[in-house]
Design a protein around this ligand. Structure first.
Ligand code: SAH
Length: 248
C-alpha cells in the first residue's frame, strides 16, 4: 500500500478556496498527489490561504486540460458522487472504497475523481470509473462541500492505510498487471467500431449499449493479457467483416 500511488483529481473546480481546502485535507491525511483538471480560477491567493501549511501540495499539483490526461495511466479509478445516476454502477461508501483503493495502491495507480461544485461529475466521467463512491448523508441534503468530501475520503484512506490487517492477497496472486485507463479507452473505441461493423450497434440509435459494456468490463477489471486477447478477437472479426463485404 502506498499513498504515492493514490491521486486526488479535482474536475473543473470553480472556487480556488476549495482547492486550498483540498490540499490541506490531503496533507493532514498523508496524501500528496493532486491533479487539477481545467480549474476555473487557479492559481489564486484564496487557494494559498486555505491551504495554510499545505502549500507544498499546491506547488506540486499538476494542472491538465482533460480528465483523460489525469487518469490515462491509472488502473483503478473511483468516481465520487452525491446522488444515484441513471445506470447504476458498483457503489461503495467511503470506508469500503478506501479499503479497495488501499489494496490496489500496492501495485497500481489509483485515482479518485471529485466533481464540480455546482453539478458534480458528468455521466461520461462517471462511466470511466471502476467504482463509484458515495458518502452516506442525511436524506435532507446529500451534497457535501468539495473539500469536506475529499477530507472524508482522505481520512478513511488514512485509517485503512495505517491498519496492518488489510489483505493484499488479490494483488499479490495476480499474474498480469491490470489494464490502464488509457488502454481501456482504446479497447472501448475498438469494441464500438467492431460492433458497428457487424451491425450489432446502430450508431444512429446507440441507446446505452456502450455504457452497459463499460460497466461490465470495469466491474470485472481486465488485466493486460485479457485485454490483448479481446483486442485480437476484435481485429480478426473486423477482417472477416471486411472480407465478407468485398464478396459479390
Ligand atoms: N450538485 C452536485 C454535487 C457537487 S458537490 C451533484 O449533485 O453531484 C462537489 C463534489 O463533491 C461532487 O462532485 C463529489 O465529488 C463530492 N461530493 C459531495 N457530496 C458527496 C457525497 N455525499 N458523496 C460523495 N462525494 C460527494
Amino acid at each position: 500500500m502506498s499513498t504515492d500511488n493514490i491521486r486526488i483529481v479535482l474536475v473543473n473546480t470553480s472556487h480556488p478556496g476549495n482547492i486550498g481546502g483540498v490540499a490541506r485535507a490531503m496533507k493532514n491525511m498523508g496524501l500528496n498527489r493532486l491533479y487539477l483538471v481545467a480549474p476555473r480560477d487557479y492559481p489564486h491567493e484564496q487557494a494559498e490561504w486555505r491551504a495554510v501549511s499545505a502549500k507544498d501540495i499546491l506547488d506540486t499539483a499538476i494542472v491538465v486540460p482533460t480528465v483523460e490526461d489525469a487518469i490515462t495511466d491509472c488502473q483503478f479509478v473511483v468516481g465520487t458522487s452525491a446522488r444515484e445516476r441513471r445506470i447504476p454502477w458498483p457503489l461503495l461508501d467511503a470506508r469500503q472504497c478506501a479499503e479497495r483503493m488501499a489494496v490496489a495502491s500496492s501495485q497500481e495507480q489509483v485515482a479518485v475523481l471529485f466533481g464540480r461544485e455546482d453539478r458534480g461529475l458528468t455521466n461520461d466521467e462517471l462511466r470511466v470509473c471502476n467504482l463509484h463512491l458515495n458518502i452516506p448523508t442525511s436524506g435532507a441534503y446529500s451534497s457535501l462541500n468539495l473539500a469536506m468530501a475529499v477530507q472524508i475520503v482522505a481520512y478513511e484512506l488514512y485509517m485503512v492505510m495505517s491498519s496492518p490487517i488489510v489483505s493484499t492477497n488479490e494483488v499479490e496472486q495476480w499474474d498480469s498487471p491490470f489494464a490502464s485507463q488509457g488502454s481501456m479507452e482504446h479497447f472501448y473505441q475498438h469494441l464500438e467500431e467492431t460492433l458497428i461493423d457487424v451491425e450489432f450497434l446502430d450508431p444512429t440509435a446507440p441507446r446505452q449499449l456502450m455504457a452497459r459494456l463499460r460497466r461490465l468490463y470495469s466491474r470485472v477489471r481486465l488485466d493486460d493479457m485479457e485485454l490483448n486477447i479481446l483486442r485480437g478477437m476484435l481485429t480478426e472479426t473486423q477482417k472477416w467483416v471486411k472480407r465478407a463485404s468485398k464478396e459479390p
